[in-house]
Design a binder for this molecule. Structure first.
Ligand code: C2E
Ligand code: MG
Ligand code: MG
Ligand code: MG
Length: 289
């Protein structure tokens, strides 16, 4: 699956193995060039707390404005296989911590969530790397969340536990991203102390009681409450989904209904706005017993 460049304009035809290899080599060269030219940027999507309606966090999402339109996961995958991920990580960590420092300087309370690929998570000492960036920027690691996917669970569980423990010693919070789409077993989840579960958008779209996804999300909410993990719903696009999620006991929401990913300055403006139009209609989360 990782070897395919899917869903992108870059895929000119249904490629066989050789074509995929050639396309990935071409993409690697483009990414290397773009790193030289400093073409990568982070955009920040607001995350909203149900109940208060406050903007509580920003998810940092990688963008390549002048790039060929390849999906970001494919860029990351090519960067991982070619070693370019090191340079790309520098850019991501630098930009994310610089927003965090700006928020702190402005007295804004939002946390910043950064996506980590498998390779990034398995860096020699990711906790030390992140603390160094935080120190260099004068940012507080307590306001950092890292998002990892379930594929991490397929690794050595002891090593994963150790890394998560180290991160939490520095106050870094951990979220499991795209929950429900991977291959992880629930037994693993129980062994890992993560703070947030982000339910993938595919389960959120058109969620209502007659939708089969309703029972799945309901089960995830209850499991999260049993394991003391908060639930974030991804890809909330309308009020009906929002109301349904609130009723189910979901804690945080993110999606186009609130905002698309924004530039750092636009995010700061958004986070500083006292009254958003949706703020008066964000329902109280109903706690399940
Ligand atoms: P993700 O972490 O699950 O990010 C959420 C994706 O959903 C983002 O796509 C975001 O733009 C999109 N999205 C948010 N709200 C809505 C909505 O209401 N409707 C719809 N249709 N889409 C919505 P994006 O930015 O294309 O990122 C795709 C994936 O690429 C991310 O999924 C993440 O896994 C990966 N990614 C992005 N940035 C980074 C990064 O800096 N590092 C790493 N390792 N991976 C990244
Ligand atoms: Mg994410
Ligand atoms: Mg996600
Ligand atoms: Mg997702």
């Amino acid at each position: 699956k990782r070897d395919k460049i899917t869903g992108s304009r870059y895929q000119l035809f249904h490629a066989g193995m050789d074509e995929i290899r050639i396309q990935r080599a071409q993409l690697r060269d483009l990414v290397a060039q773009a790193l030289e030219n400093d073409e990568f940027r982070l955009m920040y999507q607001p995350i909203v707390a149900l109940g208060s309606g406050d903007v509580v966090s920003a998810e940092a999402l990688l963008r390549w404005p002048s790039g060929p339109g390849v999906a970001i996961p494919d860029i990351i995958s090519v960067a991982e296989d070619s070693g370019l991920i090191l340079k790309l990580s520098e850019i991501i960590f630098d930009q994310a911590f610089s927003l965090l420092a700006r928020l702190q300087d402005l007295g804004l309370k939002q946390t910043v969530a950064v996506n980590l690929s498998g390779v990034q998570f398995r860096y020699q000492d990711i906790a030390a790397i992140l603390t160094n960036y935080a120190r260099a920027h004068g940012a507080d690691t307590h306001r950092l969340i890292i998002e990892i996917t379930e594929s991490i669970f397929l690794d050595n569980i002891e090593k994963t536990q150790k890394t998560i423990r180290e991160l939490s010693q520095h106050g870094v919070r951990v979220a499991i991203d795209d929950f429900g789409t991977g291959y992880s077993s629930l037994a693993y989840l129980q062994k890992l102390t993560v703070d947030w579960i982000k339910v993938d958008q595919s389960f959120i779209t058109n969620i209502n009681e007659s939708n089969p996804n309703y029972q799945i999300v309901n089960a995830i909410v209850q499991m999260g409450q049993a394991l003391n993990m908060g639930l974030v719903a991804e890809g909330v696009e309308n009020l009906a989904e929002l109301e349904q999620l609130a009723e189910m006991g979901c804690e945080r929401v993110q999606g186009y209904y609130f905002s698309k990913p924004l530039s750092d300055s636009d995010f700061i403006a958004f986070a500083s706005t006292p009254n958003h139009p949706w703020q008066s209609i964000v329902p109280e989360p109903k706690l399940l017993s």
